[in-house]
Ligand binder design. Structure first.
Ligand code: AN7
Length: 355
């Protein structure tokens, strides 16, 4: 059967009708990759799978929610959409707007967006505005504008975003024929953990799965308002995607944690980078730093003995790798030594290669 994006595939579970014009770039249908070496770290009975959302058309999970938000914006005859973003939302909003006739306005924190994401928003022809403030300031402004001007907000406060993003849980459940035992993912504005939990709960209510996973969400320790219990005025982390001090879906994230008997924890930038490099070096999977928080979190929990209490023969853990590594080439390059430069001679190359 030909694949035409998440709305076509999961229409039954989404608030769309025959009248909804479906704006799609064939998002979704991303691979679940078995992570042999991550699993080995946790122990024999653990099977860790990576939901590689970096393989979406704009390189992040945001496309799942954006196909819904933009389709509904077009259905309601909106002329323009607006979002605040740490980068990926803007890249996705710009791309889906380009496919429709929507004007796309993007408000970004100046100097805090990974280069790939900024390039995407601009090449897809969004009106990009950088503010002298952080993501939380940008979100406040965008809320204000969408309440007072005829523009549709496409941040994850827009309920259609969450609806689209929940399809990632459906794909995982369809793959295994049931839910995983644990699901780990990074938490920024907390839209995605909200969406995944909603998806799993809906599938459970339709009896498509026989159990619910425990949700494990991870913030960066310099931007961990939910863990600390108060908004962070000046969030800081190398994982710019999740550099958020006052998440919009804060309460929903707490519900996901409590209802699923999971947890929301935090990982340091060093732990994030270690997991990021581990995935690249040991699994051949390149994700952006924020995405690696899901694996850094697993490693941290594992060290603390969290998984040793888990009963069962085979424990399936899925981890969302939310964005592609190429989004943030600067970070990758800063993690490695520059290559040696040698004379243009076979002998010199052989020697430098250590053959
Ligand atoms: C790679 O693009 O908030 O907890 O404005 O880009 O649903 O916010 C991005 C968030 C994780 C956190 N990983 O997801 C934005 C934005 C990556 C991300 C998150 C983001 P949420």
């Amino acid at each position: 059967m030909k694949y035409c994006g998440v709305i076509n595939r999961y229409k039954k579970y989404l608030p769309v009708s025959k009248k909804t014009p479906i704006i799609t770039i064939n998002e979704g249908n991303t691979p679940l990759i078995f992570a042999n070496k991550v699993s080995a770290v946790l122990g024999k009975k653990f099977r860790v799978y990576l939901k590689y959302e970096g393989l979406n058309p704009t390189g992040s999970f945001k496309d799942r929610g954006m196909t819904m938000a933009i389709s509904k914006a077009v259905e309601s005859k909106s002329a323009a959409v607006i979002c605040a973003s740490t980068g990926n939302t803007s890249a996705s909003a710009a791309a889906f707007s380009a496919r429709s006739d929507l004007k796309c306005i993007v408000v970004l924190p100046e100097g805090a967006i990974a280069m790939g994401k900024l390039a995407q928003a601009m090449i897809h022809n969004a009106r990009v505005i950088a503010i002298k403030g952080n993501f939380d300031d940008a979100l406040d402004i965008v809320k204000d504008i969408s309440e007072n001007y005829p523009v549709t907000m496409v941040n994850s406060i827009n309920p259609y975003r969450i609806e689209g993003q929940k399809t990632a849980s459906f794909e995982i459940a369809d793959y295994f024929g049931d839910a995983p035992h644990f699901h780990s993912l990074p938490v920024g504005n907390a839209g995605n953990i909200t969406a995944y939990w909603k998806g799993y709960k809906e599938y459970y209510s339709y009896r498509k799965i026989s159990r619910l996973p425990q949700m494990l969400g991870f913030q960066a320790s310099g931007a961990a308002p939910i863990v600390k219990g108060y908004p962070i005025k000046k969030p800081e982390t190398i994982a710019t995607a999740i550099r958020i001090g006052n998440p919009a879906s804060w309460q929903k994230a707490i519900e996901a944690k409590e209802e699923s008997e999971g947890l929301i924890g935090m990982v340091t930038d060093n732990q994030i980078l270690a997991a990021y490099k581990f995935l690249a070096k040991e699994e051949g999977v390149f994700c952006e730093p924020a995405s690696a928080a899901s694996i850094a979190g697993l490693f941290k929990l594992n060290k603390s003995g969290y998984f040793s209490r888990v009963k069962g023969k085979e424990i399936i853990i899925t981890c969302t790798l939310t964005g592609h590594g190429l989004k943030d080439p600067k970070i990758a390059i800063s993690c490695i030594k520059p290559p040696p430069v040698v004379p243009a001679k076979t002998r010199a190359v052989v020697k430098a290669a250590g053959i």
